[in-house]
Design a protein around this ligand. Structure first.
Ligand code: PMP
Length: 328
């Protein structure tokens, strides 16, 4: 649950961030106050995690290229321009983690916003952007058997022809925040939104899976959801574990009659739901399929399995190059 204390904890940061080709001290990355408000209307971003493998003394960025592809999809539809290619940003993320001497679980957030002083609310097509990449340490919830209490929100999820949830724009999070505030007012941790057809969509920062009679079910991509990288990962891991998976429209009552229910997302990882709208799921503890996927996801992100090398970008491959970059 978001509290003043957790917001204050979010103030922690690393020594450097990446700002338009430069690795700069975190404190020096400032903009004029006139540039922030309207620019954020059209900002796009990604939330990425890098996991530390102690045995291998290696930091692995999870599915970096998939996240960057989605960033460019968001830019394309928001009609913002970027001078950087995906490979520029890949190098930038790695260079920044090296500069910050990241040897622990680290969150990486690249974001792009219309540059300069913005007086026009409707940022014009092709507006140049500033790109920032920020990183900060996080504590994983994987393997902790935590649970949360969820509710179905009375706020309807934004639709593809309203404010497309497929784009990762900051402005979409206003819908998510309204749902979160309502959930907190009513004593729950997180909301799940329905779409305009009354079907299940997602939470404010994560997708949703349910388990019923041994099958794994998640709302289809046409339900008004983000095309979540974690959702794709869980679908793949589920198949590899021999579980039947279904992507389809999901009814509200399926949430109430599920055997297991959990959120998935880069930030939330696998977050089991103990009860929804007062309906307990099983005994309220994470169920067997949830725990199996939690374990497999943890192994995948930390590079403890050889099954998916294509998902992992190692950071500490060229220590000399890293030292050179810092000296620049
Ligand atoms: N839906 C929403 C609304 C989100 O903010 C997120 C977090 N990025 C997700 C789903 C999960 O997406 P991913 O697995 O790519 O982090």
């Amino acid at each position: 649950m978001t509290t003043a204390a957790s917001l204050a904890a979010g103030d922690s940061h690393m020594a450097y961030l990446w700002l338009d080709k430069e690795i700069v001290p975190w404190e020096s990355a400032v903009v004029h106050v006139s540039a922030v408000g309207h620019a954020s209307v059209s900002s796009v971003f990604e939330g990425i995690k890098a996991y530390w493998n102690d045995e291998q003394q290696q930091l692995y960025i999870f599915r970096l290229d998939d996240h960057l592809k989605r960033l460019y999809d968001s830019l394309r539809v928001a009609e913002l321009s970027s001078p950087y290619s995906r490979s520029d940003l890949t190098a930038a993320v790695i260079g920044l983690l090296v500069a910050n001497e990241a040897r622990a679980d680290t969150y990486v957030r690249p974001w792009m916003y219309a540059s300069g002083i913005i007086r026009e609310h409707l940022v014009p097509s092709g507006a140049p952007t500033t790109c920032v990449i920020d990183t900060w340490p996080f504590t994983t919830g994987l393997g902790t058997r935590r649970t949360c209490r969820a509710c179905v929100s009375s706020w309807v999820r934004i639709a593809d022809n309203v404010m497309p949830p497929r784009l990762k724009t900051f402005s979409n999070y206003h819908n998510g925040r309204l749902g979160m505030l309502e959930a907190h007012r009513h004593g729950y941790d997180w909301p799940i939104f329905l779409n305009e057809r009354g079907r299940v969509t997602e939470g404010p920062g994560a997708c949703v899976f349910l388990c019923k009679d041994g099958r794994l079910v998640t709302p289809s991509l046409a339900s008004n959801i983000l095309d979540s990288i974690t959702r794709r990962t869980i679908l793949r891991l589920g198949v590899e574990q021999g579980i039947d998976v279904e992507e389809r429209e999901v009814d509200r009552t399926e949430l109430y009659t599920a055997d297991e229910l959990f959120f998935v997302g880069t930030g939330w990882e696998i977050l089991p739901i103990g009860d929804i709208d007062g309906f307990a799921l099983g005994d309220g503890e994470p169920g067997p399929i949830t725990l199996l996927l939690d374990r497999e996801y943890h192994r995948a992100v930390r590079g403890e399995t050889d099954a998916h090398p294509e998902w992992l970008t190692p950071v500490w491959t060229d220590r000399q190059g890293a030292a050179d970059q810092r000296a620049d």
